[in-house]
Design a protein around this ligand. Structure first.
Ligand SMILES: Cc1ncc(COP(=O)(O)O)c(C=O)c1O
Length: 411
């Protein structure tokens, strides 16, 4: 899809921050959306409007503001449930982020259902969020963790995955799209394979839900986690989707107000779903902002966004391949989303990111919360440029030119 048919200039006009200049008069070139995305005016306005006009605590009040705030909050849940194809709003639990969603499953579902000697299968390309909660659990309950290996090309080795499934894991958890390699994993097929051996499957959708259509019923995902801030929404709010029967059978994660139906001095009865897992006053403005973000993405169309990002990625890989000494890790454009992590011979990724910053270009350098994956490739760090619906081909040209300049500076 060309930038003209996608209408990127119209999209850019929705994001106030993109008109900023940095370092004097250099236009901001924001290539760090994998870390967090920029926010359109409609999201900023939705949150501003809540604080100006309807601010009240939800679910408990009988006054007009409380009723309006509750309606707005629950309307956002409905929109997000429809966005991911959930059967019902009771399957959509608000958390702080992907990390908390995964921890919720580890603390509530896994502690109840897993015991000593049970197996969990993860992959070598996981973000620390989908590693450390399982490592904590493994240590506590003597659980065995196994890892589907990544090939030199940056894809999961599916034959090795098939072999690991013979261990009859209780849980399989993997990312739908790598935040370093950009690899889009064949989630539907991997879930089907895991279900054949009776495993429950958790999908880390932190990088997929923002960039292409994710449908939990089509995937047949049991759990699926994602964060608003990576999809044009605010920070501090995320979702855990869970299959209703699994959520019903799980004990509460956090205890407190709102998650109960009845309390005595000696005990409590948990509330209905989804409230059973939402203890305390939630991030009300953020949920409303998240609803506005999903509305924004839907108005543009997830298929249009995915197609446009594919154009950007293909162009970026072409431009970067022209730079001698530069190596991108991960598969070719057909198999990945808009993430290019690379090394440039003889120059440390942090130096690259700093020099790009002087040109107004925001990229990330480091291990991107995936240290084991970097170890797999024998790299301490990479520089990562990532793209979203507001980036342009021209910005990729700026990046390529600035990298050539960086190389010249280092001789
Ligand atoms: C693949 C993946 N999983 C999980 C996370 C964690 O997301 P959050 O920090 O919003 O919890 C990220 C964030 O970069 C990610 O890229």
């Amino acid at each position: 899809m060309s930038s003209h048919s996608f209408g990127v200039e119209r999209v850019r006009a929705d994001f106030p921050i993109l008109s900023r200049a940095l370092q004097g008069n250099k236009p901001l070139v924001y290539l760090d959306s994998t870390a967090t995305a920029q926010k359109p005016l409609s999201v900023i306005r939705a949150m501003d409007d809540y604080y100006r006009n309807t601010n009240a605590n939800i679910h408990r009040g009988v006054h007009t503001l409380a009723e309006e705030a509750t309606a707005d909050y629950e309307r956002a849940r409905e929109r997000i449930a429809a966005f991911i194809g959930a059967r019902s709003t009771s399957e959509v639990i608000f958390t702080r982020n992907t990390t908390e969603s995964i921890n919720l499953v580890a603390y509530s579902w896994a502690r109840k259902n897993l015991s000593s000697g049970d197996v969990i299968i993860l992959t070598e390309m996981e973000h620390h969020s989908n590693l450390v909660p399982w490592q904590i659990l493994a240590e506590e309950k003597n659980i065995r963790l196994e890892f589907t290996p990544v090939t030199d090309e940056g894809e999961l080795n599916l034959q090795a995955y098939q072999n690991l499934l013979e261990l009859r894991p209780k849980l399989v958890a993997f990312t739908q799209m790598s935040n370093v390699l950009g690899t889009i994993n064949p989630a539907e097929e991997m879930i089907r394979m895991a279900h054949e051996v009776g495993a429950v499957v958790l999908i880390d959708a932190a990088q997929s839900a923002p960039h292409f259509k994710v449908d939990v019923q089509k995937l047949k995902a049991d759990f699926l986690a994602f964060s608003a801030h990576k999809m044009c929404g605010p920070t501090g709010i995320g979702v855990l989707y869970g299959r209703r029967d699994l959520l019903e059978a799980m004990p509460p994660f956090l205890g407190g107000g709102d998650m109960i139906k009845k309390v005595t001095l000696r005990g409590f009865t948990p509330n209905e779903l989804p409230h059973k897992f939402e203890a305390g006053t939630p991030a009300i403005a953020e949920v409303i902002g998240f609803g506005a973000a999903v509305e924004y993405l839907e108005q543009i169309g997830m298929d249009q966004i995915a197609a446009y990002e594919h154009t950007l990625t293909r162009y970026a890989l072409d431009r970067l391949s022209e730079i001698s000494g530069l190596k991108v890790i991960g598969p070719p454009a057909e198999k990945k989303g808009g993430v290019c992590s690379f090394t440039l011979e003889g120059i440390h990724p942090h130096d690259i990111a700093q020099l790009l910053d002087r040109e107004g270009i925001a990229v990330r350098a480091g291990h991107h919360c995936a240290m084991p994956l970097h170890q797999r490739y024998g790299l301490p760090a990479t520089t990562r440029a990532s793209f979203y619906l507001y980036n342009t081909l021209e910005e990729i040209d700026f990046l390529a030119e600035a990298l050539e300049k960086t190389k010249a500076l280092f001789g």
